[in-house]
Design a binder for this molecule. Structure first.
Ligand code: CTP
Length: 401
């Protein structure tokens, strides 16, 4: 296990020495990256002596041009941790500014990211910092929040770097989470489906695909092999997932059934059309003065098919409802033979948002309610529950139940 430990310019930088030693004691190899301001507070020599490794301090360091160094570091680590993280580095990460080694590494790094901020309380509470933190949380990054107490600047409040033990424990936990789906195959569906009426018109829905893409990204970050079957969306597929674009419910069904037998966890976040035109007109339908009747037929319920064919997969469905949310959710779970169901109330027009409020249900009822959380956070919790279902059913199968 290898962690890149970024150290930025803040008085708490000296505590990063203890963090590095704590990680080494836990058997984790550490590549230290000291920003120019970080090096004003602690010296590269301190870290070099303790880690017996080169410390990276510059984008264009002598003797490091054998490979493209920020790429080779990015490929070799399982986590990028920044301790302490200043308001400046949080802002650069949030907005993709790459003007030194650490911020450039951030952009080339596919591994999970953890930040332990430390700064003056007014800075920590500034709307600019708050919104940058939200952007990074929305990308699924971990935060070890600062603690309240006396600050170096003489003020009192939230801003002190969290304790070394807490930071080390959170890094170790994040590394474990990052491996928690290693060897698993996760199949995710996302987005709307599109049912053609004629060559220029179609029936579809308001799904943005953000929830399904967040699940695919979170599963990939945890080491799973991920298949993302998606209807048309404006989103870019997360890196490292096998992306299968589809259009109609029928195409989605074919793609899903192809990957289903080898999947361990299936998350059906797509908003699949329930009806399609009986026949798409081969030419554009021309208007006249009469009203127009479209004849629709049912599409197949993909999730119900999966429920019938289930052989050990953990099956997760979604229910977007505008009334009697939990009644409908429970009924759907039973009817489609699901292990987990995510129910959300869409009466308030929540489509396209980066945040959501959901209830996660098992057969016995609601097991967790997540209020106004980022979709990445919901995705993480959902995968935790899916793994817990899987562990329980594997244990039950082994004990012959
Ligand atoms: N689903 C599916 N195939 C369909 C319809 C829905 O796989 N043809 C899946 C969705 O991906 C989602 C869940 O089933 O996980 C939603 O179920 P359901 O509520 O039946 O879909 P709705 O269209 O919302 O149904 P209803 O009109 O009954 O509320």
């Amino acid at each position: 296990m290898k962690v890149a430990l970024g150290i930025t310019g803040c008085i708490a930088a000296y505590k990063a020495i203890e963090v590095m030693r704590g990680l080494q004691k836990a058997g984790i190899s550490v590549q230290v990256i000291l920003t120019r301001s970080g090096a004003q507070f602690v010296t590269p020599l301190t870290f070099e002596s303790l880690s017996a490794q080169n410390v990276i301090t510059d984008m264009f360091q002598q003797g490091q041009n054998r490979d493209i160094h920020h790429i080779s570091v990015a490929q070799s680590i399982q986590l990028l941790a920044v301790v302490p993280a200043t308001a400046n580095i949080i802002g650069k990460f949030a907005h993709g500014i790459a003007d030194d080694f650490l911020s450039t590494l951030y952009l080339s790094n596919p591994a999970p990211v953890l930040l332990a901020p430390a700064m003056n309380v007014e800075m920590w509470n500034h709307p600019a910092v708050r919104s940058n933190v939200e952007i990074l949380k929305g990308r699924g990054h971990y935060f070890v929040n600062p603690e309240p107490g006396p600050l170096a600047c003489g003020m009192e409040g939230e801003g002190r770097l969290a304790s070394v033990d807490v930071i080390v424990a959170r890094i170790v936990e994040a590394l474990r989470t990052g491996e928690s789906l290693a060897g698993m195959r996760v199949l995710v569906t996302a987005g709307p489906t599109v049912e053609d009426i004629d060559p220029v018109r179609f029936l579809s829905n308001r799904s943005s695909g953000k929830m399904g893409y967040a699940v695919a990204q979170a599963a990939r970050q945890r080491g799973a092999e991920v298949f993302l079957v998606s209807g048309p969306t404006a989103l870019k597929a997360p890196s490292g997932v096998r992306f299968v674009p589809v259009r109609s419910a029928a195409q989605m069904k074919d793609a899903v059934l192809q990957f289903y037998p080898s999947a361990d966890i299936v998350v059906k976040a797509a908003a699949v059309a329930d009806y399609r035109p009986v026949e798409a007109a081969p030419q554009k339908i021309k208007k006249n003065d009469n009203s127009l009747t479209l004849q629709l037929e049912r599409t197949e319920d993909i999730l119900a098919i999966l429920g019938r064919q289930k052989k050990g997969q953990v099956l997760v469905g979604f229910a977007a409802e505008t009334e009697r949310l939990l009644d409908h959710a429970r009924e759907k779970m039973a009817r489609k033979n699901l292990d987990l169901l995510v129910a959300n109330d869409v009466s308030a027009g929540v489509f396209g948002s980066d945040r959501s409020t959901v209830h996660i249900l098992e057969a016995g009822g609601v097991i967790e309610t997540l209020t106004d959380r980022s979709k990445m956070e919901i995705a993480g919790k959902l995968l935790d529950h899916a793994m817990s279902v899987r562990k329980r059913s594997t244990a039950a199968a082994q004990s012959g139940e």
